[in-house]
Design a protein around this ligand. Sequence first.
Ligand SMILES: [Zn+2]
Length: 270
Amino acid sequence: MLLKQLENCFLHELGPKKKPVSSETCNLLGGIVPHASYIFSGPSAAHFYELLARAKKTKTIILIGPNHTGRGPPISIYPDGKWLSPLGSIEIDAKLAKEIRKKSDAISLERTAHQYEHSLEVQLPFLQYIMNDFKIVPVCMMFHDIHSCDELAYSIVETVEDLKCDVLVLATSDFSHYVPARQAQVIDRLIIDLIIKLDEERVLKLIERKKATICGYAPIVTLMVIAKELGYTDVKLLNYYTSGAILNDYSKVVGYATLAFMQPPKKSKK
Ligand SMILES: [Zn+2]
C-alpha cells in the first residue's frame, strides 16, 4: 500500500513521471523537500528522491525540520536508538549526533521535540525506497533567527570536517500557507530565487517583510549556510506547485517547492 503510494508520487503528472533508477553520477549535498503528505506534496518531493537515486550515496542523512508542536528545546537532536517506518527501522547515527551537539551549547540531545513531529518521518519511506543501509540524525528547530541557523550549520560543518565523513542534508519545509494561489506563487518565487543565490540574509528579511508563512525557513537557511561552507553552491529548483493543482481550488493554497544543492560542474572537491 505504502510502496504503491510512493510509486504513484514518482509517476504522478506533477512528479518526475518516472521511477527512480539507481546510479552514482551526481554529487549532491542535499535538498529542500516539502512534508505535507504523500497525496499533496509527495509528487513534488519525488523530484528530489529521483535525483537522489542518481547521486553518490552517503552513510548518514541529517534531517532538519521545523518544530510544529512547540515542544522541547530550541534546537533538538534525537540522540540514539531507532526510528520506525512501515518499511522498517532506521538507526540513529548516535556518534554523529553527539559530535554535532558537542560543538554548540545551543543544541540539545533529547526526544520531546520529536515526539509528535511529522515533518521528518514522512521523508523516511522515500529514503528507504531509494537507499539501503543508512543512518539518520533527526534535528528539530524551534526558532528562525540567523543565530540558531548559524549555530547548527557550523556545528554540522565542523563535525563533518573533523570526522571526514560525507553526509546528505535534507531541510524540510512547506512554502506559503493558506493564501490565494497567485499570491503564494509570487512570494514563493521571490524566496526561491534568493535560495538559489544562497543569500540567506535576504531570505530572512523578505520572509519578515512579506510575512510569508513558510514553516521551515530555519532548516532552509541552515542548509544554505552548510552548502556555502562545503562548496555545494549549485542550487536548482526541481519542482514547484501549489495544493491548488491537486484540489483544483486556487482560492487558498499551500506551496510546495523542491530544490537540490549540488557541487558546481567542473570544480571537483576532495
Ligand atoms: Zn510544515
